[in-house]
Design a protein around this ligand. Structure first.
Ligand SMILES: Nc1nc(=O)c2c([nH]1)NC[C@@H]1CN(c3ccc(C(=O)N[C@@H](CCC(=O)O)C(=O)O)cc3)CN21
Ligand SMILES: CC(C)C(=O)C(=O)O
Ligand SMILES: [Mg+2]
Length: 296
C-alpha cells in the first residue's frame, strides 16, 4: 500500500487512501477527502487490502490518520485499553461517547466507526437506533459497529434505513464471551456454514463491511469470497479484505500476554518505561529542570 507521505510529495495535497500504484484514479477517493464506505467496496473489487486500527484519543487518532489508516475504530476494547475493566462488557455509551468525539474531532480523512457497547442495541432495532443516533449526533461518528449475526439483521436494517452505515462483527464476539464459553475460535468444521449465513444476512441487511474475529483462515477466505462487502479480519488469516488490530497490542503498549493474532510493531511499553525512569532520575538528581526549561 502506498503511504500518505509518498503520495503527498507527488500531489502537494493530502493523499488519498488505498492508492495502489498503477490503479485507475477514478476509483480512488479524491485527495484529502473523507474515506467513504464505497471506497472500501472499491478496494475489495481491486483486491487491495486495507488496514484498520482502533483509536481512543486525539494524538493517536491524528497519527494514524496522517499515516494513511483509512478506517479507525473506537472499539469497546476501550473497556480494557482505556478504562481498565477486565472485559469489554462493563463499558457504557456514556464512557464511549467522549472517546468517539475526541477521535472524530482529530481526523480529517479516516472513516471513524464507533462500537456499540454491550446492552445498548441487542434489545430491539429501536434501542439500536437510539444508541447509534447518539454515536452519530454526540460522537460525530461516521458509522457504527455491532456484534452478532442474522439475529441482529433487523438492527442493521433499521440503522441502514436511517442512513447510518453499519459494520458487522461475527466469529468470536467478545460481548458474548459468557455465552460462547470463553475466548475461542469460532466457525471450525461445519461452523463455516453458519458463519457464511450470518455474513450474508448482514450484507443483505445493508452492512458495509463485517469483522471476522478468531475464525480459521480457510473459513474466513470462504466468507470473503461469498461477500460483495469487505471482510475485516482479526485472527482470521490473510484471506480477508482488510485487517484490524487494537493499537496498543500492535504497538506493544499493553503489558502481559497478547492473543496469538497480535503482531507487535513496536515496544512502546519499554520506551515509555525508560522515559519515565529517566525523568524520575533527573528530578531526583536535580538535573531537571535545567536553565533552558526555566523562566527568568
Ligand atoms: N487489548 C485488546 N485487544 C483485543 O484484541 C481485544 C480487547 N483488548 N478487548 C476486546 C476484545 C477481546 N479480544 C480478545 C481478547 C483475548 C483473546 C485471547 O486471549 N485469545 C487467546 C485464546 C484463543 C483460544 O483459546 O483459542 C489467543 O491465544 O489468541 C482473544 C480476543 C479481542 N479484543
Ligand atoms: C478488536 C476490534 C474488532 C473491536 O471490536 C474492538 O476493538 O472493540
Ligand atoms: Mg469491539
Amino acid at each position: 500500500m502506498t503511504t500518505v507521505r509518498e503520495d503527498a510529495s507527488q500531489s502537494e495535497q493530502p493523499a488519498p487512501y488505498g492508492t495502489g500504484a498503477g490503479q485507475p484514479p477514478a476509483a480512488q477517493p479524491k485527495p484529502g477527502r473523507r474515506v467513504r464506505v464505497h471506497h472500501l467496496r472499491e478496494m475489495k473489487e481491486r483486491g487491495e487490502a486495507w488496514p484498520m486500527l482502533t483509536a481512543y484519543d486525539t494524538y493517536t487518532a491524528k497519527i494514524f490518520d496522517d499515516a494513511g489508516i483509512p478506517v479507525l475504530l473506537v472499539g469497546d476494547s476501550a473497556a480494557n485499553t482505556v478504562y481498565g475493566y477486565e472485559s469489554s462488557l462493563p463499558v457504557s455509551v456514556e464512557e464511549m461517547l467522549p472517546l468517539v468525539r475526541a477521535v472524530t474531532r482529530s481526523v480529517s480523512r479516516a472513516l471513524v466507526v464507533a462500537d456499540l457497547p454491550f446492552g445498548s442495541y441487542q434489545a430491539s432495532p429501536e434501542q439500536a437506533f437510539g444508541t447509534a443516533a447518539r454515536m452519530m449526533k454526540e460522537g460525530r461518528a461516521h458509522a457504527v459497529k455491532l456484534e452478532g449475526g442474522r439475529r441482529f439483521a433487523p438492527q442493521v436494517e433499521a440503522l441502514t434505513a436511517a442512513g447510518i452505515p453499519v459494520m458487522g462483527h461475527i466469529g468470536f464476539t467478545p460481548q458474548s464471551e459468557h455465552g460462547l464459553g470463553g475466548y475461542r475460535v469460532q466457525g471450525r468444521g461445519d461452523g463455516v456454514e453458519a458463519l457464511i449465513a450470518d455474513a450474508l444476512a448482514l450484507q443483505e441487511a445493508g452492512a458495509f463491511a463485517v469483522v471476522l474475529e478468531m475464525v480459521p483462515a480457510e473459513a474466513a477466505k470462504r466468507v470473503t469470497s461469498e461477500l460483495r462487502i469487505p471482510t475485516v479480519g482479526i485472527g482470521a488469516g490473510p484471506g480477508c479484505d482488510a485487517q484490524v488490530l487494537v493499537w496498543q497490542d500492535m504497538a506493544g503498549l499493553n503489558q502481559g500476554r497478547s492473543p496469538r493474532f497480535v503482531k507487535r510493531y513496536a515496544d512502546l511499553a519499554s520506551v515509555l518505561s525508560e522515559a519515565a525512569g529517566a525523568f524520575a532520575a533527573d528530578v531526583r538528581g536535580g538535573s531537571f529542570p535545567a536553565e533552558e526549561h526555566s523562566f527568568r
